[in-house]
Design a protein around this ligand. Structure first.
Ligand code: G3P
Length: 240
């Protein structure tokens, strides 16, 4: 069985990384949600993909230069489909308050560049533990040092490296950094490596799988999960 993870919620139909997008993914029957976290200037963990607020909101500037109170005034729906949705940038705490009442999994992606400061990882791990959500959380990042650090803090929480270039034996790499999954770009993971990785106990969740033929390909080769902007469509293709 292949699980469906809604990328940034249901980013194909609703403003990415907002509560309305997460709620839409749940309504669509997704099994999990993928979201991105970053730190504000005053050290709050918020859910947003880019380093700046410019692309998705009506504001400007780097997140690490903005206070939460100012970020909360922005409309995270401003740049999506002519601004027909209005939404705040959620904090991770706000997300967890809603998430605790669902049966979903969540894949939290750390948008970290630094390898000398792990405040974002430390705060996120503490929040997951405080809410006792260890079994429903997967940490991912293109910064694999982040994941090794999280494993040291909380080995019970699954980690999965993101990567966009082909790996020869991805399961060996995953095992070497104590990861239990891999999140490859969907273009760089051939069917045989999905099977081999999963036979070695490594869960494969390619991103971002949006076209019908690609969704069908991963469903057919029993991929553990796919990460898609269109969870509703993926769910429908799965039940066909
Ligand atoms: O986690 C899957 C996907 O979100 C990784 O790429 O650039 O959207 O963070 P990106």
């Amino acid at each position: 069985m292949t699980y469906i993870f809604g990328h940034r919620g249901s980013a194909g139909t609703h403003p990415e990384n907002t509560m309305i997008s997460f709620q839409e993914a749940e309504r669509a029957g997704a099994d999990g949600i993928e979201l991105d976290v970053q730190l504000t200037k005053d050290g709050e963990v918020i859910i947003i993909h880019d380093e700046k607020v410019d692309r998705t909101t009506d504001g400007k500037g780097y997140i690490n230069n903005l206070l939460l109170k100012d970020i909360k005034k922005l409309n995270a729906g401003a740049k999506f489909q002519n601004g027909q949705f209005k939404a705040e940038i959620p904090t991770l705490n706000e997300f967890f308050e809603w998430f605790k009442g669902t049966n979903l999994f969540v894949n939290i992606e750390f948008k970290t560049k630094s390898i000398s400061n792990y405040e974002l990882e430390e705060k996120t791990v503490a929040m997951v533990k405080k809410n006792k959500l260890e079994e429903r959380v997967i940490f991912s990042s293109f910064n694999h040092y982040s994941l090794v650090y999280c494993y040291r803090l909380a080995p019970e929480i699954e980690t999965a490296p993101l990567y966009a270039e082909g790996l020869f034996m991805p399961w060996i790499y995953a095992q070497s950094i104590r990861a239990k999954g891999i999140h490859p770009n969907y273009r760089v993971i051939p069917d045989e490596l999905i099977t081999l990785s999963q036979n070695h106990g490594i869960k494969v969740r390619p991103y971002t799988v949006n076209q019908d033929e690609d969704i069908k390909r991963f469903l057919n080769c029993n991929t553990h999960a796919i990460i898609t902007d269109f969870p509703k469509k993926a769910k429908e293709l799965k039940t066909m």
